[in-house]
Structures are given as C-alpha cells and as structure tokens.
Design a protein around this ligand. Structure first.
Ligand SMILES: Cc1cc2nc3c(=O)[nH]c(=O)nc-3n(C[C@H](O)[C@H](O)[C@H](O)COP(=O)(O)OP(=O)(O)OC[C@H]3O[C@@H](n4cnc5c(N)ncnc54)[C@H](O)[C@@H]3O)c2cc1C
Length: 505
C-alpha cells in the first residue's frame, strides 16, 4: 500500500526538514552508482511529513557531525574507529508508527537501514550509509507499580533507568555505563552486577514491541510470537526488527555493599585464591575482576611492565559479610581501596561510568570452566608482553552463574547458561599518538587465540568484535539453526542485516 497521499506530498506544515535546503539534491550523491536507487529531496519531505519525528539530511551542523562521529557528543557512536560514516539521512523517530513508516520508506527505495539506541556497539554496527533510524528520543519509562512492571521506550539508556527507578527503589539488571542503550543491552542478553541474583537483563523482560521488515507492529512475549521472543532474548540486536518498547519486571532494592579494591603484590597467588573464593560465592555477589598491564617507574628513565589486579562490584549484604567472604584473599595479600555500605542507587553512582566514545577493541570468550594455573600464567605472560600504546591493556572477567543458570541454555537465545565467567581482553589507544596499532591488534589476536583452549570458542554477542573468526558459531552457538529459522520467518529478505548478523538463507 502506498503510504504517501498527495496532501502529504505538498504540505510541509510547521516542520522543517533539517539540512535539506542547505544541500544540493541528494540524488546527486548517488550519481555514478549504477544500481543505487535515486532518492529525491521530495521523497525525504514525504517521509518528514509522514512522521511525528524528524528527518535530518547531511549538513555541517554540530548535531549531524556528532551523529556521524565527526565530533563527540551524546549521539556519537562509542567505538570511534568505526564511527565515521555518512548516512543518507538520520530519521529521529518518536513512536512506533514513525519506525514503521521509516522502515517501509527504506524498503520501497531499497535503502539499507540500521537502528541506533545508545550507539554503544563495540563494532560500530549502528552506523550505516543508508538510513540511520535513531531511537534516542523514545526514552520514556512508565511504571505500573500495581502490576510491578516498567515499560521502557526502545531508545532508553541505562541513565534513564537510573533516573526513574531510584525513587521507587526498584531496579532491573542494568549495565554500569550510563550511555549504553537498553535496546542493545537487553537484546544481546545484558550483564550487570545484579545478574547472579536476579538474572540477565533479558531474563527480566516480559514483553517487547517490535516493528518488522514489513512495517508490521507486533508484540512478543511468552504467549504472543513466542518463538520471536525467544530469539530476541540474547540474539536480537539488529537481527529481526526494530524494538520500540520493552516491558520489564523490576525488583526492589535497599542497600548493598559496593567496592573497588586492588592488589599490588603476589598476583598469581591472589588470582588463584580470589578464583577459589568466587567459585563458591553466594549469588548476592556481582563482580568484575581486571588484570591489567601496568607500567611502573623502577628508576629514573626506566619503565617496567607489571601486573595489577582489581575487583569492582557489589554485594547484596553487609560490609562485614563481604569482608568475611574475601578474607582468604586478604590473608594472601592485603588489598587497597574502597568498601562501603549504602543505598543501592548511591552505590550505582559509585560503580557507574560515563561511557564517552573511545578508540577501544575488546575480544570476549565465555569461560565454561574455572581457570587452570596454565591459563592464569597465559594471561599474565601475555599482559607482560603487551607492545604498549598510550592507552591501556587488560584482561578481565565478569563472574556469571547464580540465577542465570536457573534457565536451560535453550530457554532463551542467550545460550551460555552454566558458564563461569565472561572474559575479555581490552585494548585502548590514541590514534594521534600511537603508531603501532596493527602490532597491538596482532598481540591481542594471539592472546585471544591462546585463551580459547582454557575458556571456549563462544563469545558474548554484546561484546561484538569484527576480528572474531567463525562468528556465527561464536555468537549464536548451539542456537544458530533455530535463530536462522526465526530469521527466515520474520525477515525472509534479510532486510535487517549487518556484517555479523544472522543469515536469512
Ligand atoms: C562503555 C560500554 C559499557 C558496556 N557495559 C555493558 C554492561 O555492563 N553489560 C552488558 O551486557 N553490555 C555492556 N556493553 C555492551 C553493550 O551491551 C552493547 O554494546 C550494546 O549492543 C549497546 O547497545 P546500544 O543500544 O547502546 O548500542 P547501538 O550501537 O545503538 O546498538 C547495538 C546493536 O543493536 C541494534 N539495536 C539497538 N537498539 C535496537 C532496537 N531497539 N531494536 C533492534 N535493534 C537494536 C543496533 O542496530 C546494533 O546492531 C557495554 C558497552 C560499552 C561501549
């Protein structure tokens, strides 16, 4: 059905089409591209008239430059090395009808389209040369306290969760980075310090509304479009449609003990004892442990590489209980840092990070078992051999288990139930200063490959990584065939795709 009436066509109404008048005809941009469809300014005006939101065409404004990665701002894609692309248009949607109309517009004109919520894809997969469908204005959060449900707009970010759940003392499993989009987070599983006690972010999801490649608006839950709902809980980001809202079951929060502690000596013994403690730790504990390559000045003019171990997290329990829990590690080597008891949402401020765009590469692996001495030595020796940048290098893990394992691996498309940890190697740099990035990336590849035998061939899709080999197996694991069936059913032409998406054929 043609969406555009003649009235739409001729009336621009009160809205203006940002950027359009400052530009030559967009069709000019496509000249010389034999197969590229021709989109005129009139087409964009039609779309602009059709939606409540706004179509922004390329211009030199700060806003445009931030969206496409030329300047840093709230809507800049986080992974700066992939950030700079020039979409044909940015469509800022404000409701699900806008999303549906934008998808239909793109399909009719054979334009690629990607959705962006928080823009924090590690691999820059919310960038495109087609239509960038921006959901950031759809960030409302509505609480139904009687039903115990929170409905989040498809573009809400962690920071919106922080702001709206503080007052009623509720929470969901959220991340620490305030700027990360809940959309990307929940559709890939969603890990956070609450996950061992309350499940992954996707485990708290009870319903989501999604716009399909046909522009149809559907609800997905355990009772409606069940198979699509299954797929969306762990493998959803960018694969099946555009999710415009998420209904979560939040849980009450009171006080927690939160901490950021570090060990400067006896690293091998500390790591071993820490792992031993974590093996039997109660599910009330949520932690991230980092092993960092550190440069220390041993004498004037001489720098030596050493190791630092730190642990950040929270414990749903008292400070005394937490201190008793980690006493065996303290007995190996005393820690330095902060351990404090306080209100849950104050703790989240302490634990949070802003998540400003960076040059970073991250490579992940699920560890299906605890790490052997050989594995620990492999981590340490690789970090000591780091070729160095002006940024940082570390290996880290998030402790999983607990409530996450209450569900079977096939219960949701997040399959790594039963894994002990999500591990990753992180590398940060500054391209203006560091001239040895290829050497650093090769170091990282080798480190990542060496860790496979100690961890697994599986990786966390929310830490998506363009250098990952066998990525379909790594990210979608034993669920791949079932995910392909869902894909064929809901998006048979493969309209929603990105370089590592689930194939439609
Ligand atoms: C600084 C930082 C901290 C992080 N911390 C955590 C953490 O604590 N826990 C954790 O689990 N992960 C964490 N991540 C990873 C994060 O969950 C993923 O990068 C996630 O995909 C980001 O979501 P986004 O909406 O911000 O990203 P975007 O770049 O907007 O989207 C990521 C992908 O999902 C798709 N997508 C986004 N929104 C929708 C939607 N509404 N409907 C359909 N598809 C959509 C996009 O098209 C793209 O393919 C972190 C990442 C960063 C950079």
């Amino acid at each position: 059905m043609n969406q555009f009436s003649r009235r739409d066509f001729i009336s621009l109404g009160a809205k203006t089409l940002s950027g359009a008048l400052a530009l030559p005809s967009l069709s000019g941009l496509l000249e010389g591209c034999a197969k590229a469809p021709v989109i005129t300014d009139l087409d964009w005006r039609q779309l602009n008239n059709l939606i409540m939101g706004e179509v922004i065409l390329p211009d030199t404004s700060k806003r445009w430059r931030q969206f496409v990665g030329l300047e840093i701002g709230d809507n800049t894609p986080w992974a700066l090395q992939y950030g700079i692309t020039s979409p044909k248009a940015i469509v800022r949607c404000v409701n699900e009808k806008d999303v549906a109309n934008t998808i239909k517009f793109a399909r009719e004109r054979e334009l690629p389209l990607v959705a962006r919520s928080g823009g924090h894809s590690y691999a820059g997969f919310s960038t495109t040369y087609g239509i960038l469908l921006d959901l950031s204005m759809m960030n409302s959060i509505n609480l139904d306290l009687a039903k115990g449900l929170a409905t989040l707009g498809g573009g809400a970010r962690n920071r919106d969760v922080y702001a709206s759940l503080r007052e009623p003392s509720l929470s969901v499993t959220h991340g620490r980075c305030k700027a990360v989009g809940v959309g990307g987070l929940v559709l890939g599983g969603g890990i956070g310090f609450n996950m061992r006690l309350h499940g992954l972010t996707c485990d708290r999801l009870v319903e989501t509304t999604m716009v399909t490649a046909d522009g149809e608006i559907i609800k997905c839950s355990e009772t409606e479009n069940k198979e699509i709902f299954w797929a969306l809980r762990g493998a959803g980001g960018g694969n099946f449609g555009v999710n415009t809202s998420f209904v979560f079951k939040p849980f009450p929060v009171t006080t927690v003990t939160y901490f950021n502690i570090a060990w400067n000596d006896d690293h091998f013994a500390v790591f071993k004892k820490l792992q031993e403690v974590l093996m039997t730790a109660p599910k009330e504990l949520g932690v991230k442990v980092s092993v960092e390559s550190k440069l220390v000045r041993t004498r004037p003019g001489s720098l030596t590489t050493t190791i630092g171990i730190s642990m950040l997290g929270q414990f749903h329990g008292s400070k005394a209980e937490f201190e008793a829990l980690i006493k065996p590690v303290q007995d190996v080597s005393p820690y330095v840092g902060t351990i404090q008891e306080g209100l849950y949402w104050d703790a989240q401020e302490f634990l949070s990070e802003a998540g400003v765009p960076e040059y970073v590469h991250e490579r992940s692996r699920f560890a299906l078992d605890w790490l052997s001495d050989e594995a620990i030595n492999t981590i340490f020796s690789n970090l000591l051999k780091w070729p160095k940048t002006s940024g940082y290098a570390l290996w880290k893990f998030f402790l999983t288990g607990g409530t996450i394992d209450d569900l079977a691996p096939e219960a949701t498309s997040y399959f790594a139930r039963g894994a002990k940890m999500i591990t990753s190697i992180d590398l940060g740099w500054n391209p203006k200063v560091d001239k040895n990035i290829p050497e650093n990336l090769l170091w990282m590849d080798k480190f990542h490959d060496e860790m496979e035998k100690f961890t697994s061939k599986y990786s966390y899709v929310n830490f998506i990584d363009r250098r990952q080999k066998n990525y379909l197996d790594a990210y979608y694991g034993p669920n791949l065939d079932r995910l392909r069936s869902v894909k064929r059913f809901v998006d048979p032409s493969g309209f929603f795709n990105f370089p590592m998406s689930i194939p439609h054929n």
